[in-house]
Every structure is written in C-alpha cells, then in structure tokens.
Write a protein that binds this ligand. Structure first.
Ligand code: SF4
Length: 463
C-alpha cells in the first residue's frame, strides 16, 4: 500500500474528528464561525480557504446557529465512524460491499460487513478541497471514461483509479435511477475488479412495482447468504428498520414544518441528511440528528423570532440535484433574504416501514429507497419530477424555483420545457443555472452568482 492510498479518507477523518470535538461546544463554535472563519468563506474561493470552504458550507458557511451546529455533530460522528470502519475492514482484509443509490444497503450491513457507495466519495472530495474533484475527473478522462456521463459518477471512477476508495470485494448495483449511473455501474465494476450483483429496480412505484422490487431483494438476500456463507442477521435488520422509521418520521415532520411562514430555514441540514440516507441511516447518530432538527423546527414554527420574519423575503424551491461545487443556499439568504423552503434531495416523504414480518420489512426497505430524495424523482418518468414540483409550489408558498440543470443529469435537463410550463402555470419565475455538478471549470462560481443576482434583481428581490 502506497503512502498516497486513501489519503483523502484519512485526512477527512482527521479534520472531521477535530470538527466533532469543536461541536461539543456549539455556542463557541457558532461564534468562531460567524465572526472569524465564516466571513472569509462564503463569498468566494481563495487559495487560503480552499481546503476548508466546502466542508464549512455543509455547516452553514458561518451562518449556522448553535442549535444547528449541535445537530451536525451527530452527522459528523456518523461519517467519521463509517469511514474508520471502512479503512479497518480494508486493513484486515474483510469484505467491503460497494452499492448503488437505490440499493437498501442496510440489508447488506445486516450481514455484519462494511459498505460504501460511490456517492459518498464525491461528497467526501468536496469536504476537503474543491480541486480534488477536478483531479478525479481528469483522471477518469485520461482513462477514456467518457464526458457524456454525469461527473458525479466520473469522480467516483477517478477515486477508484487513484486508490482513494478502498476497493470493494463485492459490487451491488441497481438498474435505477439514472442513465449515467446505469452506464457507469458497469465501468465501476470493471475498475473495481470485484464480483458484481445487479439488482433490478422498478421504473414505477405502484403496488406491483413494489412487489417486484421485494421479490428481487429476496433474490439478493439469497445471493448474499451464499456469497458470505452465513445467514442475514434478522435481529440486526429489525433494529435498523426501527431506527430508520424514527429517522424518517422526524425528518418528514421537519419537511412539512417548512410550509410555515417564516419557514424554520433548515433546508441545508435536511439536504445533509441525504448523505446519511446513502450511508448509515440506521444508526442512533442519524436518529439523534433528525430529532435535534425536529426540536429546532418545532420551536421556530411555534415561536418565530422577529429576525426570522424580517429575514425571509423570498421563498425558494430548489428542484434538482444541488451541485456541491456551488453551494449557494446561505449565499442567497445573506444577499437576497432568499430562503430555500424545500429541495429535491433533502425533502422527506418516506413512509413508515411495517416491521410486523420479514416480508413486510423487505418490501418497506425497497420502498424506502425508491422514495429517498433524488431517487424518488428520477427512477420513473418525468411526471415524478414535475408533479411534485407543482404540488410544492402551492403547499410551500414558493415565490420562485431554481433548477441547477446540471450537465450530465439528462433526465432533469430533458425536463426543462415541462418545468418551465409548470412554473408558468403556477405563476412563478424559474432560474436554470446550467452548472456542472462537480466541475467548476465548466461554469465558474462567479458566473453562477451573476446569473442568480440578475434573476433576483429582475424579479424585484434585490439590487
Ligand atoms: S446528478 Fe443526475 S445523472 Fe448524476 S448521478 Fe444524480 S441523478 Fe444521476
């Protein structure tokens, strides 16, 4: 193993441990971020802030309250432990299973094995330094991995080539949600040199689609039992499902509370929970984070402060995958009083999973994954995107919508005309940013901010 192997992972563990320690004192950290670090982070990337800026954006870019930071403490420790366990498994030569978006990965973890996902590595890269993703994209390019694919997938491919991701011993992919993931799954599998199991996920989510998915999940369990030569630990899975139910119950309420005017303004942290859905939603840490967010949301809705009322001038829906390269939620709040009230990845409408039988649990876990943000909207036809958007414009009293229109995300880009018509019908303006999800060289942050500024000014929401 070379010195450079998993360097990114090790560095992230170190910095996140430090942040976790700081977050034991959320008031002090909020003060430090608001008055010392934050102001140097939010406006633009500089050589001096490049290493920390994107990690800090997850923590509210110096605009987070002590309560919000306290919720993020659970998120940070969940990620740290997951990364440490992954490295330990690799060092001990234990199995590591890599899985795709819509795979209910808690079933795999109920075999007492470590898991990872390419998605996680993308976010990881940005928690360190935004240049890292460029390096991975260039690496993927150099190996002939086509630019037609979404850069989210190409960063993961570059990470495998660069030995930043501990190599999986098994790869479980799924046939949904998006074209780019389907294509890149095969290449990820080829690059990882691991055994590959493909789970067929349904296109729609009617009763028969969920039955179909449940049947395929049972086939996957049979495959895994044979592969690991041991049975699934049903006790562990049941405990996981109970925690997932608590996690989603809290987040559903937080999502709905954002209909209030002023909103509790937690969309950024709801979006952070997307990483937990994709990694270890069954942990007590995830439940604690969701519980804390609910406590904050209830308090803010019950007793909105004058500051909250004055701050919220524009209510925004952000309705396709947010490019971590251009984290603008707090920037639009600071400059235009624009508050994101619901977004694509963080909004939670996941139903409870029935734990009364093994069959019901497996079916419910399939539905959970199909209903998780981003998978929920992209695994079916375009109405999955547009009907939700139309409904939320009214329910969340939205003044406008922002579509990131990320290059490579073909399904969303193709829906542009439908989205324009939905917004026209509901009488709200929509901004299409046309950015790449990771490659800041395609559209610079400055260009994106100019577009946002022009949009808000032309609609009378700023100068
Ligand atoms: S951004 Fe779009 S294309 Fe890229 S992985 Fe997500 S759903 Fe797929």
């Amino acid at each position: 193993m070379s010195q450079k192997d998993f360097m990114l992972l090790r560095k992230t563990i170190r910095t996140n441990r430090l942040v976790y320690g700081l977050l034991k004192f959320p008031r002090l950290t909020a003060f430090l971020l608001t008055y010392l670090l934050g102001p140097r982070m939010i406006e633009k990337e500089t050589p001096g802030n490049r290493d920390t800026r994107f990690g800090l954006a997850r923590l509210g870019s110096g605009m987070a309250t002590a309560d919000e930071l306290a919720s993020m403490r659970w998120y940070i420790i969940a990620m740290v432990e997951m990364m440490e366990n992954l490295l330990k498994a690799h060092e001990k030569g234990e199995p590591i299973v890599c899985y795709d978006w819509s795979v209910p990965s808690e079933i795999i973890r109920a075999f007492h094995v470590e898991t990872t996902s390419p998605v996680h590595f993308n976010r990881l890269s940005f928690n360190n330094n935004s240049d890292y993703a460029m390096e991975m994209i260039d690496k993927a390019d150099g190996e002939g991995l086509d630019y037609d694919m979404c850069n989210l997938n190409r960063v993961a491919m570059g990470a495998i080539l660069d030995r930043q991701m501990p190599p999986p011993t098994l790869y479980v992919s799924a046939s949904h949600p998006c074209d780019s993931s389907r294509t890149s799954n095969q290449i990820l599998h080829y690059l990882s040199d691991a055994e590959h199991y493909v789970l067929e996920a349904p296109y729609h989510r009617e009763k028969e689609d969920l039955d179909f998915y449940a049947k395929n999940l049972w086939d996957m369990i049979a495959f895994l039992e044979k592969h690991f030569n041991r049975p699934l630990d049903w006790e562990k899975l049941k405990k996981s499902v109970e925690n997932i139910n608590a996690f989603n119950k809290y987040l559903r309420e937080v999502t709905v509370l954002h209909r209030a005017i002023p909103s509790p303004n937690l969309a950024l942290y709801l979006q952070n929970t997307f990483s937990l859905h994709m990694t270890i939603p069954e942990t007590d840490y995830a439940v604690n984070m969701a519980g804390k967010l609910l406590e904050i949301a209830r308090e803010r809705v019950a007793r909105p402060t004058r500051k909250m009322k004055e701050k919220e001038r524009v209510r925004v829906i952000c309705w396709d995958p947010v490019p971590p390269a251009f984290d603008y939620y707090k920037w639009i709040e600071k400059h235009f009083g624009a508050i994101v009230v619901i977004d694509y990845e963080g909004s939670n409408f996941i139903p409870d999973i029935d734990t009364s039988s093994r069959e019901a649990m497996i079916r419910g876990l399939g539905e959970y994954r199909l209903m998780t943000g981003m998978i929920r909207q992209t695994h079916g036809d375009a109405t999955f995107i547009t009907e939700e958007l139309e409904q939320y414009i009214d329910e969340y009293s939205a003044d406008c919508a922002i579509m990131n229109n990320t290059t490579g995300c073909r399904g969303n880009v193709a829906a542009k005309k439908l989205i324009i018509d939905v917004c026209r019908r509901r009488g709200i303006p929509v901004l299409f940013l046309d950015v790449d999800i990771y490659d800041k060289r395609i559209n610079s942050e400055a260009e994106m901010k100019t577009k946002i500024r022009d949009f808000f000014v032309s609609n009378g929401w700023g100068r």
